[in-house]
Ligand binder design. Structure first.
Ligand code: NAP
Length: 319
């Protein structure tokens, strides 16, 4: 899609549903709709695809949607590098799926761990066709911090910001590298004003998880702009409300949520693999289709500022 003729042909052939801006010049990006929906599973949306020869990196592979994503991408022939917070969790998850899976340790609160994991994956010397930033943390009401920063902002956004920085050269090396960022519809409940740049410690925020998920969406948006001119893309997904372990740190349970992990993993697998999405970037998906998003998540100025602030906060760990 980096070839201008190919890109133009793609734009002409699809219905226009979104207007994006790159390099200050407005252009229309078309996003095809799919026949998949809320009930579709990751196996269904990847049926018939041969991913052999491709490499996927999936964070949080030992649980919930990360596990299902690893399982299904490996089933379709991809080599999946799956991260977990301990050797044991990663090995146990990898051993339970069919296909080629390499477990790696990644602890997103520990920036040295992120650098080390990125270095090990770099040393494998392979292009990364799919980088799925899936790991995530949802905390209860009590404020928790890492490095003086709100913890969900660190785990869900800042840790992945470093991880993405360490691996993006490999994504760009792939013929059609795709970054998929797990956001959430909860980004719409982020505090008034969006990202709390002047108070990243988390005190007084109305919805800290929503704030971190807004950061995920803004990261994907700004990354898509920074990847302009390459064949790589970045998109954000909301998986639905999914019966995983996500509520483990709260007094609530996900048992009544409407999707199974097999259904929840469908959108990220669809966006990571489906041939119809070649070249689609900077978009937001739910139920395997483009979705409405909140105003803050479309705010390009906020996205650019978040990138700069994230760089400042992690400078010593970036390439
Ligand atoms: N479930 C939903 O309804 C829902 C809705 C919208 C968005 N999401 C998003 O979907 C993604 C996947 O969540 P899930 O529902 O599958 O949840 P999950 O079952 O709780 O899995 C979360 C994964 O993230 C890992 N993780 C947590 N903290 C980490 C850290 N500090 N460092 C490295 N890895 C860490 C977990 O590892 P451990 O098992 O070792 O803790 C686990 O592998 C998340 O980004 C979540 O925000 C979920």
């Amino acid at each position: 899609m980096s070839d201008p003729m190919t890109r133009r042909r793609f734009l002409e052939n699809s219905s226009v549903i979104a207007v994006a801006s790159a390099c200050g010049t407005a252009f229309a990006q078309s996003v095809p709709r799919s026949s998949f929906g809320a009930q579709s599973t990751a196996e269904e949306v990847t049926e018939g695809l041969d991913l052999s020869g491709k490499t996927a990196v999936v964070t949080g592979c030992n649980s919930g949607m990360g596990y299902e994503t690893m399982r299904v991408l490996a089933l379709r022939g991809a080599h999946v590098i799956g991260t977990a917070r301990s050797v044991e969790k990663g090995q146990e998850a990898a051993a339970s799926v069919t296909g080629r899976v390499t477990p790696e340790v990644l602890e997103l609160t520990d920036f040295d761990s992120i650098v080390a994991c990125g270095d090990r994956i770099q040393a494998m010397d392979v292009p990364i066709d799919m980088l799925i930033l899936n790991a995530g943390l949802l905390l209860g009401r009590g404020l928790q911090q890492v490095r003086g920063l709100e913890m969900q902002f660190v785990v869900n956004h800042l840790g992945h910001f470093i991880f993405g920085n360490r691996l993006m050269s490999r994504v760009v090396d792939a013929p059609e590298g795709r970054v998929v960022v797990l956001g959430s519809v909860t980004h719409m409940r982020a505090p008034e004003g969006g990202i709390q740049f002047d108070n990243l410690g988390g005190e007084g925020w109305s919805n800290r998880y929503g704030h971190s998920k807004l950061a995920n969406g803004l990261y994907s948006l700004e990354l898509s702009k920074r990847l302009a001119g390459t064949s790589a893309t970045s998109n954000c997904v909301h998986p639905g409300t999914v019966r995983t372990n996500i509520m483990r740190n709260t007094r609530f349970s996900a048992a009544s949520f409407d999707k199974s992990p097999e259904q929840g993993a469908a959108t990220q697998c669809y966006v990571a693999t489906h041939p119809s999405l070649t070249g689609v970037t900077g978009e937001y998906f739910a139920d395997c289709n483009p979705a409405e998003q909140g105003e803050y998540q479309k705010d390009e100025t906020m996205a650019a500022r978040l990138w700069e602030v994230s760089e400042e906060l992690t400078r010593d760990y970036l390439v």
